[in-house]
Design a protein around this ligand. Structure first.
Ligand SMILES: [Zn+2]
Length: 255
């Protein structure tokens, strides 16, 4: 199974529009970050987590040509605003299965009403099949079991997902100890780390490293990164041996 990091930046992406911050001006491709998303695929399935405003570019760059499921972590725009661009997948495959918390499905149905409409639909509009993700209820996509993991993004509930021994968690600020059972024997953990300074609704780097210590994955990758975290190459040097700053278009293999 392969995991392709489609985007690893926080909500504004890097570079930030109009910014003269040295990280935003960096020529290193590892310092250019689209909004967070991952593509998890093998011969039998192709799953994308989140669908932010960079979705179209991410699908073109990664050469993802099939979408068996789109999973959502939560409804914030940096994770959902690209939903209209599922159109090419819809034209090729028919209705696209989406998986999210009931609250998120309702939010998407409000914001993208024309996608969820059943009657008098505009001919070019895409359609989805909705699947509600519930706490403590695993589900399958193409015979692949997916375990939702419950966490909090400040006051907002978010879902992370476990597929085999891979766990993807983003926009986490707190997580109940009871969820840690679902993270046992993880090979690769992806977890958000915004910057060095604390933040109300996201882990900073210290909180992310403490969480990694608790989970004890073989390897951990940090994502949802702000430009004020610093240059990729500088920050990477300060991390423990098994912890890596993710970067856009990084692909890793998981057994
Ligand atoms: Zn976010």
């Amino acid at each position: 199974m392969k995991v392709y990091f489609l985007g690893t930046g926080t909500s504004q992406g890097i570079p930030v529009i109009g910014s003269h911050h040295s990280v935003c001006l960096s020529d290193n491709l590892k310092d250019k970050r689209l909004r967070v998303s991952v593509w998890i695929h093998d011969a039998d399935f192709s799953i994308v987590i989140d669908c932010g405003p960079d979705f179209r570019q991410q699908m073109l760059t990664s050469k993802c040509v099939r979408l068996d499921a789109l999973l959502f972590t939560h409804e914030h725009a940096d994770h959902t605003a690209g939903l209209d661009d599922i159109r090419p997948f819809y034209f090729a495959q028919g209705d696209i299965p989406i998986y999210a918390h009931d609250r998120v499905l309702k939010n998407l149905a409000r914001r993208f009403d024309y996608i969820f409409e059943k009657e008098n639909k505009y001919p070019g509009a895409p359609s989805v099949v909705t699947h509600e993700v519930k706490e403590n209820e695993s589900f399958s996509v193409k015979n692949q079991t997916i375990i939702p993991i419950n966490a909090m993004h400040g006051n907002l509930q978010v879902f992370g997902y476990r597929i085999k021994d891979f766990v993807y968690l983003t926009d986490v600020k707190t997580i109940e100890d009871s969820e840690l059972d679902k993270l046992k024997n993880v090979e690769v953990l992806v977890i958000n780390a915004l910057r060095f300074e604390p933040h109300n609704t996201h882990f900073n780097i210290e909180e992310a490293l403490n969480f990694i210590n608790l989970v004890q994955p073989k390897k951990a990758y940090l994502t949802h990164i702000s430009h004020i975290m610093g240059f990729h190459d500088e920050v990477q040097k300060q991390l423990p041996n098994n912890v890596f700053l993710a970067f856009d278009n990084l692909e890793i293999e998981i057994e």
